[in-house]
Structure formats: C-alpha cells, structure tokens
Ligand binder design. Sequence first.
Ligand code: IMP
Length: 212
Amino acid sequence: MEIARRKILIATSNPGKLREIQQMTEGMSIDWLALSDIEPIDPPVEDRQTFAGNAAKKARYYSRHSGLWTLADDSGLEVDALDGAPGVHSARYAGDDASDADNNAKLIKALAGVPDQRRTARFRCAMALANGRKMPLSTEGEIEGQIIDEPRGENGFGYDPHFFSIEHGCTTAEMPAEIKNQVSHRGQALRSMLEDLKRFIQFQEFTRRTHE
Ligand code: IMP
C-alpha cells in the first residue's frame, strides 16, 4: 500500500538546518520546505518567556499562515550566575542590532569576578510541530557547559567561542560541525522530534488503514 507523502514547513531560512533535517529523515515520506520555498510571511514577535513558548508560537503562526504542518525551534544560552540570562533574549542580549561580538562582550563583562565554578551554563533548544492551532509534538534538548573569558575556536556562531563543555574538553566553537550537531541542544531536540514524528506518522497510517 502507498504511504501518503506529506509536506512539512521548517520555520527557518537557514539552508544548513534544512539539509540536516532532510538527511536525518531520508525514507520517511516527508517533503521538507523552508520559508524561502513559500510566499513570504512576516515573522511573528518572539515575546514568550520560555524557549518552548516561542517555539510553539512560531510553529502555530507559520502553520496558520501557510496552511502547512510546521516545525519551529527556539534556542539560547542560560547562565546560572546571571539568573538564567540571556535566556530568551540571547540573540538581542546587547541590543536589537547586537552582533555576536557585542553579545559576548556583554556576557563576559557581566561575569567579571565570578569564579570558574560559578560560571555554569547551558544551551537549550525547544522544538514544536504544529498543525494550525493544534500542536501535537514538542521536544527539548540541552548541553551543559561553563563560560570562559578568552574565546576559543573558529566554528559555530553566537556564544560558542565562550561556551566550554567539560564533558568534551573544548568549546562548542572548537567542535567540528558533525560533532556539534550530534551533541548540541539542537541536535538532541531534533533527534527526539524526529523519533516522535516517526511514531506519530506510523500511528496515523495505522488508523487511516484501519478505517479504510
Ligand atoms: P535562535 O533560536 O536560532 O534564534 O538562537 C537565538 C540565539 O541564541 C542565537 O542568536 C545565539 O546567540 C544563541 N544560540 C543558540 N544556539 C546557539 C549555539 O548553538 N551556539 C551559540 N549560540 C547559540
């Protein structure tokens, strides 16, 4: 019996994210679309207090506007000594037009005088899959680390050069992309999402067949 192919929009314009998801779902009868593949939609305001809240808002918003099932994510850095800041404000920590360098400079200044053992931090990522207003699946991932003053490594983006993983003995900017994708907050949230999605599609196929 033919399994119905389905289209899912990824609320990203980042071709790297799209490619990675396509590779991880080969054989799953899904055609992934990026925002650049559909009519332009103005982005929503990301004004929720949690990563999960923003991911859900984005997924529902783009799903309602596109009429497609939509996968969205939201991520950022939480530093314990800063009561979880920059958190959901990670991209704009040093201001609306802040560069990665501006955000990192503000972070290191905010942690001046804080000893190593109190510089614990984590990257967190939340993902949500929406069908209109309904949101059948949501997952989260995180990676623990410590903030270091001197940047290390040339890979990655954002806070990576200052985020040292004790478990891996390097910053996330020193990890090759394949390793970071495996161990990162985003990689973990995405893998859980794809496992849940596989089960969800199998269940839908099963109920469809039993009603035929
Ligand atoms: P977004 O969820 O992709 O919009 O990420 C929000 C912000 O969190 C980014 O602009 C970065 O500052 C920070 N961030 C999220 N994930 C990472 C990461 O893997 N490395 C470094 N910074 C990150």
